[in-house]
Design a protein around this ligand. Structure first.
Ligand SMILES: NC(=O)c1ccc[n+]([C@@H]2O[C@H](COP(=O)([O-])OP(=O)(O)OC[C@H]3O[C@@H](n4cnc5c(N)ncnc54)[C@H](OP(=O)(O)O)[C@@H]3O)[C@@H](O)[C@H]2O)c1
Length: 358
């Protein structure tokens, strides 16, 4: 790996580029100082203009068309480096990543992959199959992938990374410092509210505008498929055996995740202890902001930032956290990991504050 400080350009390819997360990869890469988009991969839009599909990105990609899976390799030269992002659906992502890694090897391309899908969040093939009900698409790659948040993992344990996902990002950022410092009982109760982009670009009854606007409802209470991977990642990051009672909600907004975590304080824990634990965990974390009171979605939406608030009354603890599902919870968090994998400053391309009024 070449040191980031000397790099001016690293080719980047985005799989699943026509989706909501794919579009955010393209938007973030348009302003990234080092990663240079070589191919935005889509079978449905191959040969068509990025600007037509994503009119808000036309200014950045006037001359750029989507390319089909079989063609992206032509955009990367023999022996070059490659930052490969996948925003393909779970189940499909692992297989196309495997094909991409093999294709890269055929041209002696040095590749790092960050996958936004759920395919590389579990280390064991059986755990993935048990939750998703399908066989893993590339089990031979599991040893070269790991999952976790850059804020909770030191260094680069593997050459490739599976992003933990949007609900997981908001929950892990709220829970791990308290679990790690052993300030709380191990049973966590979490309410998470997500915007409609969390379900992807294909319309469904539950994400349709008349259903969601001016509306708020829980769904899959205690049954959400991401809960087991959230708790596995929380335990791996904190060295504890926590349990999670997770109730997701559908919120009447397009983007953002708002999480409220409730738990019991361990005997003797004080609010000062809680603040100290969060400060110790995130003092050096560029994207995490501890706020007085509670966070607001508008302070983080469309940015890679997370705001966290903490409260304690007697032995009851409440931690609130807010992120953007498509940025910190997917494409931004993936770019953050990719920066680290290429030894670039972790904030490269991600330092824009939230617009505030979306
Ligand atoms: N939305 C979120 O907030 C969020 C947050 C964290 C993680 N994620 C994960 O990120 C991934 C993308 O989510 P999204 O919301 O952007 O979904 P999406 O809007 O449905 O987009 C998925 C994209 O993947 C491509 N695709 C579909 N089937 C494919 C296949 N069999 N092989 C290769 N590509 C295929 C499609 O492009 P073409 O049909 O044009 O080829 C589509 O544009 C998912 O794995 C999701 O779980 C999403």
């Amino acid at each position: 790996m070449t040191a980031g400080a000397t790099r001016t350009s690293i080719p980047a390819v985005v799989l699943g580029a026509t989706g909501y997360v794919g579009g955010e990869f393209l938007r973030l890469l348009a302003l990234h100082p080092v990663f240079e988009l070589r191919a935005a991969v889509s079978d449905s839009q191959a040969g068509r203009s990025i600007g037509n599909w994503f009119p808000h990105l036309a200014c950045a990609y006037a001359e750029h068309n989507f390319v089909a899976h079989e063609d992206w390799l032509d955009a990367v030269n023999e022996g070059e480096d490659l930052a490969l992002f996948s925003a393909a659906p779970h189940g499909a992502s692992a297989g196309i990543i495997k094909a991409a890694i093999d294709a890269a090897a055929s041209k002696n391309i040095n590749i790092h992959v960050v996958d936004a899908s759920a395919d590389f969040r579990y280390g064991a093939e059986a755990d993935f199959a048990a939750v998703y009900g399908i066989a893993h698409g590339a089990p031979e790659l599991l040893p070269v992938f790991s999952s976790g948040l850059p804020e909770h993992v030191s260094g680069t344990p593997t050459p490739h990374v599976g992003h933990p996902g949007c609900f997981a990002t908001a929950v892990l950022l709220a829970a791990v410092p308290l679990l790690k410092a052993k300030l709380v009982d191990s049973e966590l109760f979490v309410t998470g509210i997500t915007g409609s982009t969390g379900s992807g670009r294909v319309p469904q009854a539950g994400t349709h505008h008349p259903e969601r606007q001016s509306n708020l409802y829980a769904y899959k209470a205690l049954q959400h498929r991401h809960a087991p991977e959230i708790v596995a990642l929380a335990n791996a990051a904190s060295g504890t055996q926590a349990t999670l009672n997770f109730v997701p909600h559908s919120g009447p907004f397009a983007r953002g995740i708002y999480v409220t975590l409730q738990c019991r304080a361990s005997a003797g824990s004080t609010i000062a202890d809680l603040h100290e634990a969060f400060a110790a965990a995130y003092d050096d974390a560029a994207f995490i902001e501890l706020v007085e009171g509670t966070p607001r979605l508008k302070n983080v939406v469309a940015s890679n930032r997370c705001q966290i608030g903490v409260a304690l009354e007697q032995n009851a603890i409440v931690v609130t956290s807010a992120i953007d599902n498509l940025v910190k919870g997917a494409a931004g968090g993936a770019v953050q990991w990719m920066n680290r994998l290429w030894n670039l400053p972790e904030t490269d391309g991600l330092s824009a504050p939230a617009p505030g009024w979306t």
